[in-house]
Design a protein around this ligand. Sequence first.
Ligand code: XCC
Ligand code: SF4
Length: 630
Amino acid sequence: MSEFKMTTVEEMEAATNRLLETGAKVGADAWQFRVKNQTPHCKFGEQGVCCRICAMGPCRITPKAPRGICGCDAHGIVGRNFLKFTAGGAATHSDHGREICHTLYCAAEDGNYKVKDPEKLLRIAKEWGVETEGKDIYDLAHEMAEIGLMEYGKPFGYQRFLDRMPEGQKEKLIENEIAPRAIDREVSTSLHMAHMGCSSLPEALVKQSLRAGMADGWGGSMMGTEFSDVLFGTPKPIDTEANLGVMVAENVNIVVHGHDPSLSEMICEYADSPEMIAYAKEMGAKGITVSGVCCTSNEVAMRRGIPMAGNFLQQENVVLTGACEAIVVDVQCIFPALGPLSKCFHTKFVTTSPIAQMPDSEFIRFNAETAGENAKAIVKMAIENFKNRKPELVHIPDMKAKATVGYSVEAIVKTLDGVTNSQVDETGTTKPLLECITSGVIRGAVAMVGCNNPKIRPDYAHIELMKKLIANDIVVIASGCSAQAAAKAGLMDKSAKDICGAGLKRVCELADIPPVLHMGSCVDISRMMILAAELAKDSGLQINQLPVVGCAPEWMSEKAVSIGNYVVGTGIDTFLGVDPYVSGSSEMCELLTEGTRKWTGAAYTVETDIEKLTDLMIERIEEKRTALGI
Ligand code: XCC
Ligand code: SF4
């Protein structure tokens, strides 16, 4: 008998509407209203045919004006815009990775940051050919951090992590000029190419977009993920909860938001300390609840089981509960709207990074060296703010779902080991998973990633897609706001097996996993790349032959485009539910949906009809199976 009950998008919308009523009482603005003011969007922008990279413009392409003043056509303009978009994303993820390298460099036996997973550090050191024998683990950490930082600017060679690819793939990427060199170089080269009077040849612009993306996925993001694991621990399955109902009315609520776990890890530490809990009680609260929004939330959920209050388009809802003492942000995906919104409530909006400074916030500069003090000051500030709550404004929607998260590649390999009856001891490989796929018990896998976007009913596409995929025996691995959509709906609850096809249901039962596996934050999409590479190596196939596809149905950020480019660059077909501003150039559309195949074996599919998008993915997975004769 099925006991599984999903939280529906309708229920979530009703909860949001109730919160907007609170907002109306205090005169709060919200994205739902701003969207109306911005609609319809600029058509030139939508099609990608507006160019303002030099002061002769801005130039807009129309049938009557097919070229800009310099003579650039729509294909060149769309291509340059696409490349710049990618470079923005690659820079952002990679800079996050760089911050993590710096944090690793600060790690010390008696410091704020420790090496929590020394084995992983040793493993990567070995991979990089770094001598580990007889070395103090912190000396090694500092050495590795420095080598990692060099990957950003080294004058020669390609990204080290490319050696993780199946045989021949790195060479092929080098041959096609898609293999990323130094990370910063790929970002700079992209901006150089997109400067006035440089590249306007779509093919060259798309190639560089792929290369910049690869510098992110196989460079900056991968370093961010791997060294975060070294510092904070490699995620293992852990139980948690998701949706606004994780906030507790009687407690001091601190919401962490952004991406870099360096700050949120510290906040969690202090919020959990007896000293702070006692202080909260003294101030009239029962305790302290830390919950999260966006990828910072994913990071601490994966490693500590900290509950997820919501994803991208729920960030304002957190404040609208009237029960948020502090929303503490680091970098990326933070609405500047949180400043004025917090002013309508008692909420402290705390910015902490020089990278993300915003009006109407309290800036407490966070530093790896002074992390402990900074975190303590923030937690204290939140506690002391509890008394300023306006009880008549407090309403936390009674809505949350259970979720089991923490599926790093290491955890997936370990969990699936023993699912098959294989007699051979295959500990440490993806062979059990491959066996499930080859036998057809699982048809394939979809990597679901990305944001929310008001162009799509929030979470609707994520949830509908996932439901259909798992019903068709396709296992879903998810990260970012997509993972949070799944968690809120209940799809990361193990009982969600009841809505799977028979094959996937059996695997879920045997391995004791949910059908949608939380792999982490946006930078953790690098985990998905590692998993794909491992699957390819263990099966003797190339990555593009695997029945695996990527999907970002509700994406919105530049980072998402960079991700898309490295997923395609890695050889995985990628399905988008939102157009990346390229419809204004038939040549760019052709290149992205087919042309890249000759370089990487994969391409994009853009389809805004979600039902169709799902069918196309299932079709592609089945085509891959047929080609393999499985
Ligand atoms: Fe941001 Fe990473 Fe997108 Fe969510 S999913 S809206 S990028 S938080 Ni990466
Ligand atoms: Fe116009 Fe060319 Fe300048 Fe772009 S680069 S704004 S198309 S003149």
